[in-house]
Design a binder for this molecule. Sequence first.
Ligand code: ZN
Length: 227
Amino acid sequence: MEPKDKTNKREKALVVFSGGQDSTTCLYWALNNFSEVHTITFGYGQNHSAEVECARKIAMREGVPFHYMDVSFIGTLSSNALTDKTITMDSESPEEGFPNTFVPGRNLFFISIAAVYAREHGIGNIITGVSQTDFSGYPDCRDSFIKSLNVTINLAMDEELDIITPLMWKDKAETWKMADELGVMEIIRNETLTCYNGIIGDGCGECPSCKLRKRGLELYLEEKNRI
Ligand code: ZN
């Protein structure tokens, strides 16, 4: 008997999709590299649900399955400025320790849940936009963590899933370059939300996330104009 779904597991990818610059760039990269792409978006109690709407809109337009998961318990586990409106956000990374925008365990939960989803849908690849280069001091964006989690996930479910991190060694300027090469520069610039204050596109320009995004864009455009 013919299997119902003829697409090979290795040709399918699930993108952990927040609607921000990095994961949206990863979505378009995935659409260029896999024959079937799904997205999974998490509501972790973040103060701004606008990013979920950005993600939904982009996924709908590209015709990729969009799966929303409410994991708001994650935000209640720790004290951090992304899920608690009463905490004022650090404008710079502190000399020691983490910025208070760090949500402990976030990528651990997200990727573990994504792995179960992938397994249940016969998907062999999980794509996440984490970067060790511009990791804002978050330990769960580092390559060693992702590699370790990949081993753990496969041991947990006796699977052969691959966690792919296209941006791991790219800084923000290189991520903009990638978006440009994929032909989606304008979509990333105007329709994604990276700003911690919930403003789409170029954002508030003041929060650490906007500063990082803006600096990267300026660097990339300078470099491009020189050529
Ligand atoms: Zn901002």
